[in-house]
Design a protein. Structure first.
Length: 402
């Protein structure tokens, strides 16, 4: 593979620095890294900004952001009644017939203008990367020029992954780029042997981790959750476990700080989130987030549906330990491999971890330092880009077009 000079495209349903989704952030980092290496990089995306409404908010057209050419196309009109009827079946664990699965994808986030662009221009690209796996832009877009199509699926062990249409998509594309070995193992279990490999996301660690001032003027210990405020991220479980711990009379000064996009009322814990020991913050700037992380007791990642978890890497960059759910293979693997945190599977586990961390701040420091070393070793940008290049060799052979 040449050191530079290829044309690449990334197709994602949303794109922009202000969009906080993990898949979007991962694609943005990879696209910018390739542009920095001298490749020509396009992002093919929609005009949507909000992943709940999918309304066209950005202007259609082309702009250059951080060396990457971003081409935006309007989202097509959707029949939400049709989509929701099938969505509820899948969410409840029922597997709709194939025709209903296809109908569900037809009413997903789609853009015929985007698909027309891919059809007309696929031959200009070495590869077109599609992320994440759940959306119409990935499902339909990847089938237009399948020999050029590479999935970055951000795959989770969830009902959607077991649909027959997903099996078709994974086998039709040229190959896959995975964010972790646990995600790759899941894909192999679901779909068999697939061309591709583990890449992950690159980080340039700050040398100024000690320069972040406390976010709060009052000093108190707090657990930090940052990310989307939704049940899909298991935030309701974290709130339940925290409230149970505090109701036992444990550490009255301990608080739970929740930061990120979305509305906390969506998790269905209206009474709990009115408590004085739960602090709900909105979307934060990067520096505000770093200040919160640096002075937290630990960063909590309760989600069981992760393919990488940027949250952990951001915590470890600032040498803070993490607490993850034992039922998430990806985050548990990170914790075990790094020594950068602990995992829980019950309210008792969770309470025991918090008690230990409050009593042994030296242990917290050691785990945070182990986490940072893990990110430096495995997820520095040079290592990630080498894995990217090696994975493309696996997918495309010697680098020649076919």
């Amino acid at each position: 593979m040449k050191p530079s000079g290829y044309n690449y495209a990334f197709c994602v349903p949303r794109y922009g620095a202000e969009i906080a989704g993990g898949a979007e952030a991962l694609v943005r980092e990879l696209a910018q890294a390739l542009a920095f290496q001298g490749h020509s990089v396009d992002v093919l995306t929609t005009c949507a900004k909000d992943n709940r409404t999918w309304q066209n908010e950005y202007l259609a057209g082309t702009e250059v952001i951080d060396g990457v050419t971003v081409r935006r196309f309007k989202v097509d009109e959707r029949n939400l009644d049709k989509w929701l009827a099938v969505e509820l079946q899948i969410h409840e664990g029922r597997r709709p017939p194939i025709d209903k699965q296809i109908e569900w994808m037809e009413e997903s986030v789609n853009s015929l203008q985007l698909y027309e662009y891919i059809f007309q221009n696929a031959g200009n690209y070495k590869a077109i990367f599609f992320a994440p796996y759940l959306f119409g832009t990935t499902f339909w877009g990847s089938q237009i020029a399948p020999k050029k199509s590479v999935l970055i699926p951000c795959l989770h062990d969830e009902n959607y992954a077991y649909l027959e249409i997903m099996n078709v998509m994974f086998h039709k594309v040229r190959g896959c780029i995975f964010n972790s070995s646990a995600e790759k193992d899941l894909a192999s279990r679901l779909f068999g042997d697939l061309k591709g490999g583990e890449v992950g996301m690159g980080f340039k660690l700050s040398a100024h981790k000690n320069e972040f001032s406390p976010y709060f003027s009052d000093m108190f210990p707090y657990l930090l959750y940052f990310g989307r405020k939704e049940t899909g991220k298991n935030l309701h479980l974290l709130v339940d476990y925290f409230v149970s711990l505090k109701e036992s009379g444990f550490c009255p000064e301990l608080k739970l700080v929740i930061a990120g996009g979305g509305d906390i009322t969506d998790i269905g814990r209206e009474d709990a989130v009115q408590r004085e020991d739960i602090i709900d913050l909105g979307f934060l700037s990067e520096s505000e987030k770093q200040r919160l992380i640096r002075h937290s007791l630990a960063v909590c990642q309760p989600s069981v549906n992760e393919s990488f978890s940027i949250v952990l890497m951001e915590a470890w960059e600032l040498e803070r330990p993490v607490i993850v759910h034992a039922r998430c293979p990806v985050t548990r693997e990170h914790v075990l491999e790094s020594g950068g945190g602990l995992y829980f599977s019950s309210p008792e586990d969770f309470a025991g971890i918090i008690e230990r961390m409050l009593k042994d701040r030296e242990l917290c420091l050691q785990m945070g330092q182990c986490g940072r070393l893990y990110v430096e070793r495995k997820y520095n940008r040079d290592s990630v880009m080498k894995r990217f290049e090696n994975t493309l060799r696996v997918i495309f052979g010697d680098g020649s077009e076919s």
